[in-house]
Design a protein around this ligand. Sequence first.
Ligand code: AMP
Length: 216
Amino acid sequence: MRLVLLGAPGSGKGTQAQRMQARHGVPQVSTGDLLRAAVAQQTPLGRAAKAVMDAGQLVADDVMLGIIRERLAQADAARGFILDGFPRTIAQADGLAGQLADLGLALDAVVLLDVDPEILLRRMAGRRSCRRCGRVFHVESNPPKPGELCTDGRPHDLFQRPDDNEQTVRERLAVYAERTQPLIDYYQRKGMLRRVDANGTLDEVDARIEGVLQRR
Ligand code: AMP
């Protein structure tokens, strides 16, 4: 399965991708997570990307295409992947199609997670991630279960992403509208788009995603 999850910041791409990867046996590939790992390790990429991410802007297309080429060449992506947060521009989508075509491959589908604007804001305000295992939670709708432990046997170490503050969130939503939303038409015209109402509980959205995938 080669899938793109498309949607605004806060639409639930990461959470749903994390749930789907176990079910489908293919890895979640989150470019945001790859960039955050580079920032944490203070690599040259991480040092360059940090200011761009903190401002809610997009990292350059050629940089992102290089990251994706490297990630998709890894063994665990050979049977497929769930792309989360990539592509975010038409140039990235064209570049991805080219990279896959070079390998004789193509995407199976693009799932658009459609969420009302006020719900996006609530989801981002309450979002917390575990510093060690990377799992994404929400303080109200999806907190760790009582007594639930991280993969290393200790309680999850939750933190709020620096770009989930109100001002950066506004900028990220504006960037989404300008640079990423055109991808909806782009994939619609190619007949690849599957639209999902992603307001609702995690289980509801999960079931709707599986429903549109079965229609293939
Ligand atoms: P995310 O975790 O997907 O919300 O991404 C966090 C931030 O990483 C974004 O606001 C961008 O600054 C950067 N980023 C992630 N994916 C991409 C991408 N495909 N293209 C450009 N920038 C990206």
